[in-house]
Design a binder for this molecule. Structure first.
Ligand code: 5GP
Length: 184
């Protein structure tokens, strides 16, 4: 796994924040919780691309009940560290969702804009239930109220990188979570 002591992207330096071991331990616990909560419900995990792909891959391998997976893609931040405030769908879910137990999988909830948009989109499919699992939550930054059923880590309002999360599309391959050096 690629876990350098620091990483530079676009003149910004990032340093380790949440280790591989911490992430793995938390995901293992969340997997067990999902096994209990969704027993006999055949849930469908819907990953929000691109950032959730590594979290979802690891999470699914800790889930032992029957389940399915699909993906949606939303418009992103571009190369910026701050949200543009607009969200649109770039790729829709292929599966039929009516009557299904949906678990939306996010890498991070920041302002809450994207997840609220996703929840609205999903409700239109009339699922049997709808829940959110996110690896990271910047509680202080969340201005669009949302209920998050499963949260990996509450983190401060600072820009993070790695384990699927990018900065200008770089850094997704890092094996742990990094934080901007001057924001730690
Ligand atoms: P929200 O709509 O909640 O403001 O932002 C959600 C999306 O913004 C996330 O799915 C992620 O793509 C991006 N994002 C928010 N905060 C961060 C961050 O600290 N680092 C990275 N790499 N992406 C972030």
């Amino acid at each position: 796994m690629f876990t350098p002591d620091s990483i530079d992207v676009k003149d910004e330096r990032f340093i380790p924040f949440i280790s591989q071991e911490q992430i793995a331990a938390r995901i293992s616990l969340m997997g067990k919780q999902l096994d209990r909560d969704y027993k006999d419900l055949n849930p469908i995990f819907i990953g929000v691309l691109n950032g959730s792909f590594i979290f979802l891959a690891d999470l699914m391998r800790h889930v032992q009940i029957p389940c399915e997976v699909d993906f949606v893609k939303l418009s992103s931040y571009g190369d910026q560290k701050v949200s543009s405030g607009n969200v649109t769908t770039l790729k829709k879910v292929d599966a039929r969702l009516e009557g299904r137990h949906i678990i939306l999988v996010e890498d991070i909830v920041d302002t809450g804009l994207s997840i609220n948009y996703m929840l609205d989109q999903m409700k239109a499919h009339k699922p049997a239930s709808l829940a959110v699992i996110t690896l990271l939550h910047k509680k202080e930054a969340t201005v669009h109220p949302v209920t998050l059923e499963y949260v990996g880590f509450e983190i401060p309002n600072a820009f993070v990188l790695g384990y699927g999360l990018d900065y200008a599309q770089q850094g997704r391959n890092l094996g742990q979570i990094y934080i901007l050096e001057n924001e730690k």
